[in-house]
Each structure stands twice: as C-alpha cells, then as structure tokens.
Design a protein around this ligand. Structure first.
Ligand code: NAD
Length: 482
C-alpha cells in the first residue's frame, strides 16, 4: 500500500477534517487499495453532533422555500458530477457503471422530489368541542438526525434520508458503510458545492460499532434513520431507545409464480430482482415459490437470463454483473448455495465463485430448484445473485410457504386470477406486494418499508411518507378571550 494513495476526510461543520486513524478503501473487483478513509473515533462523531446541534435552530427557522432551493441546487451539482460520482460508486461498490449512473441520476431526482413535496407539506385546523378554542397543527423538524446507511445503494439510500431530512429543517450527522465511504464523500462534495450552510449535513466515516453507535445513542441526536441488516437494526433500536426512528431492514421476497402466470414476464422479473446489483437488494427476488406444473419451464427461462449476464470488472463496457461488495456477503452466498446443493437442491445454472475474474468476490448468477422449506437459502436473506425455487402443489401450500418467514418487505405475485392475487396480497404481512410484477418495483415517491411483526423494519420511506416520518406534529390551541 502506498502513501501516494488519496486520503479522504470527514466533513464536519463545513470543513474537511482528518480522523485520528485511517483504513483502506478497496476495489472489490481486484482487491487493490484505492484510497485511505478516515477511521473516526467517538470524538469525531461528537464533534459532528455538536456542529449539527449548533446549526439546527437557524436551519429550522429558514423558510421552506430556502431549504427547497438548497435541495434543487444539490440536485444540479449531482447532475453535473454524475459521471465522477458514478465512477467512484462503481469502483468501490462493484456495480456496473451503467447501473451506478442510473443510481446517481435517481439521487438527484430524490433531492428534487423533496423540494417539491416540502412546499406542499401542511398542518391543519381541527374542530374543538370547547367553543373558545381554535386548534391547529404544525409540522416541525425534530432537530439532529442520525443517519446510518448500507453499502448496496450507497448514493440513493442516504438521499432517502438526507433530502427529506434537510428540506423539513432537520440537520444531519451521517455515517456510511465503511466499504462504500468513497461514494459518500463524492455525494458530500456535491452537497458542499451547493453551499449547504455549515453543520446542516455532516459526514463521519468509520466503523458502525463506533461511529454509528455514537450517533444513534448520543442524547443530542433527536431521531434515527437507519437502513441495514435486521441484526444491526435491533441493536440500533435498543441504543436509540425513545428516539423516533425509521428502520429499513432486510427482506427475502418471495416472488410467487402460479400455474396460470405469464412465465416469460415472471422469469424476467425474477432474474432482474436477483441479478441486478448482483442480487444485493433488500427487495430482491430472495426466494421463488412456483406451482409444481411450471417449475421446470420457469427455471429454464430464468437460467437463460442468468446465462446472458457478462461478469467482470464493473468499469468495463459490456459487463452486466460485477463482484459482490465484500467478503462477508460472498461467504454467505457461497454457504447458502453449497448447503442447498448438499441438501438435495439441483443447480440449473451457476453456483460457483469466479476468482479467475479478478477477486474472490465474483459469483456466478445461479438458479436452484428443489429448494426446501428448512434450507437456509429459503429461511434467510442470501443477498446475492441467486434464484432459489421452491415448489408448491396448491394455493394452501403456497400460502403456508409465503407466511412461513420472518421477513416481510416486498413480494411479487404472478397470476392471471385477480381474486387469488388479492387474497395473497392482503394476507402476506409485507410492506409491498406487486401483482404481476417483481418484488423490486418501487418509485421514490411511493411508500417502502417492512410489514408489522416482521424483521424487515419499522416505518415508511418514500416521498411524503419520509417527510412525515422526519417531522413532528405539534398541536397549538388559541383561546378566544373575548
Ligand atoms: P449492516 O447492518 O451490517 O450495516 C449497515 C450500517 O450500519 C453500516 O453503515 C454499518 O457501519 C452500520 N453499523 C454496523 N454496526 C452498527 C452498530 N452496532 N451501531 C450502529 N451502526 C452500525 O448492513 P449492510 O451489510 O451494510 O447492508 C445489508 C443489509 O441492509 C441487508 O440486510 C439488506 O437487506 C439491508 N437493506 C435494507 C434496505 C431497506 O430499505 N429495507 C435497503 C438496503 C439494504
């Protein structure tokens, strides 16, 4: 490792600052080091919280038009820097450049959407039983938001909190996943270029157990926005106990394919939801439940899509699938697939790591049939390019398999029978059910989140739902004195 490699910094109170220690940023396609990142301690996190606290009163007092204008300016800077941000994202996260470019374009849209919606946010006047009272509600910012984000969409997911957070008058302390902190710096540069006031958005890079823990638990942060694994989500809920929070956690499908389904459509959706971003999507296909009469033709169609993928360095033209992001996720994918095969599942295609492509993190797009209920690949989130297919005999068994899950994020149901589709849509405790569409369909103004009683999270992100979640309703009553 060479000291000529660029050293990146935290962004605190409008200044780029080094941390007491550093850690390496690695390109997952080659294993080579690409930058030095700050490895922040709790003091760095506390400095950022103090800056956000100093900024919060003035920022909350700004008219919403001024805050919306900042979001529009950030969107413009993101658009200007799109290719640079996308290149950094692709280099460090591992997704093909074309997917990274799409992600960055959506990030700019997220800031524009927040600006639009903020101007329409309103309170109400409410009737009162007491004739002397006039009662109204205001929506107010909560103060300092702690935002902790994962590595699978390292530009878009932060924007889901940053844009609604700042447009509603909150200030932010944000810590990204260590393996995608370069993308966070690239996004932060666009926010800086838009001249966000000092302290409104602060970026602190480091390990989650240190920086993330400090910002969610510190008494001067007033709300928490977290996207990541259910395990970390549970810990954050404990450490941030009492604070309003949005927790966007893991998912595991299912995609359901009934005997009357349009198999071409269903297979395309399954492949798209399992192979884009190498399957590292919370709303990924996760697992497929297919009627036994269609398992074989469906699996063959998905396998055709799998074989069409070109694996390789995500910055190379024509590559459609890059490496997995890190060693933990790669180990889990290998383990789930190997255990399923050892337990009797059949590999229709794929199933092997491809270290010959440049690093241990490449894994072939994979389709498995003969997956059973108790296999880990069915029970747990795999988060890789795998379509595990379970077979059912009738609607009752399909329902039993669908309900037998700890997750409840996003589901796809393929059938021409609308009554059946609605029965499943209403019964499955997921936040999203897409009928005749894959589990990944969502648009940034629509509600997204985990179903109640599941491991998939609490609250709803998306458009006005996030603006509501990141603000507090205050009731004001006025007494008529004459
Ligand atoms: P993770 O939980 O390991 O890490 C997420 C973030 O939490 C990182 O920034 C990490 O540094 C931080 N962190 C880790 N330990 C912490 C602690 N003790 N206190 C505070 N912060 C801590 O998750 P990941 O591996 O980065 O992301 C993958 C997971 O995220 C998957 O389960 C995926 O389904 C989920 N996810 C969910 C959504 C959604 O919207 N529901 C979207 C994307 C990803």
């Amino acid at each position: 490792m060479s000291d000529a490699i660029e050293q990146l910094c935290n962004f605190i109170d409008g200044r780029w600052e080094e941390a007491p220690d550093r850690m390496a940023a690695v390109n997952p396609a080659t294993g080579g080091q690409v930058a030095w990142l700050p490895k922040s301690d709790r003091v760095c996190a506390r400095n950022a919280i103090a800056a956000a606290k100093r900024a919060k009163t003035a920022w909350a007092a700004e008219p919403v038009w001024r805050r919306a204008n900042l979001c529009v300016a950030i969107a413009a800077r993101i658009d200007e820097q799109r290719s640079e941000i996308a290149r950094t994202l692709s280099l460090e996260q591992g997704k093909p450049l074309v997917q990274a470019t799409g992600e960055v374009a959506k990030a700019a849209d997220g800031f524009r959407l927040a600006a639009e919606l903020a101007k329409q946010t309103r309170g109400e006047t409410l009737p009162a039983e007491d004739p002397s009272k006039l009662v109204m509600t205001l929506r107010q910012p909560r103060g300092v938001y702690a935002v902790v984000t994962p590595w699978n969409y390292p530009v878009n997911i932060p924007v889901e909190y940053l844009a609604p957070g700042i447009v509603t008058g909150n200030t932010i302390v944000w810590t990204p996943a260590p393996t995608t902190s370069m993308a966070a710096v690239a996004l932060m540069r666009a926010i800086e270029a838009a001249e966000a006031p000092n302290g409104v958005v602060n970026l602190v890079i480091g390990e989650g157990q240190t920086v993330g823990d400090e910002i969610v638990s510190h008494p001067d942060t007033n709300g928490v926005g977290f996207t990541g694994s259910p395990e970390t989500g549970r810990r954050i809920a404990e450490r941030g106990a009492g604070k309003p929070r949005l927790l966007e956690l893991g998912g595991n499908g299912p995609l359901m394919v009934f005997g009357d389904a349009d198999l071409d459509r269903a297979a395309k959706a399954a492949a798209n939801g399992a192979f884009s971003n190498a399957g590292q999507i919370c709303a990924a296909t996760g697992r497929v439940l297919a009627h036994r009469s269609v398992v074989e033709p469906f699996a063959e169609r998905v396998a055709r899509h799998a074989r069409d993928h070109i694996l390789g360095d995500p910055l190379h033209q024509g590559v459609t699938m890059g490496p997995l992001n890190n060693a933990n996720v790669a180990a889990k994918v290998r383990q789930h697939v190997d255990e399923a095969v050892a337990g009797g599942a059949t590999l229709v295609t794929g199933g092997r790591p491809r270290p010959d492509l440049g690093s241990d993190l490449f894994f072939e797009p994979t389709v498995l049939t003969g997956v059973t209920r108790e296999m880990r690949i069915n029970r747990e989130e795999t988060f890789g390019p795998v379509v595990p297919i379970l077979s059912f005999n009738d609607d009752d068994e399909a329902m039993s398999l669908a309900l037998d899950s700890e997750y409840g994020l996003s589901v796809g149901v393929f059938t021409e029978n609308l009554g059946r589709a609605l029965k499943f849509a209403e019964a499955i405790p997921a936040g999203i059910v897409n009928i005749n569409e894959g589990s990944t369909y969502w648009e940034i103004h629509l509600p997204f989140g985990g179903g109640v009683g599941t491991k998939s999270g609490v609250g709803r992100l998306g458009g006005r739902f996030t603006l509501e979640a990141m603000t507090e309703v205050k009731m004001i009553s006025i007494t008529r004195t004459h």
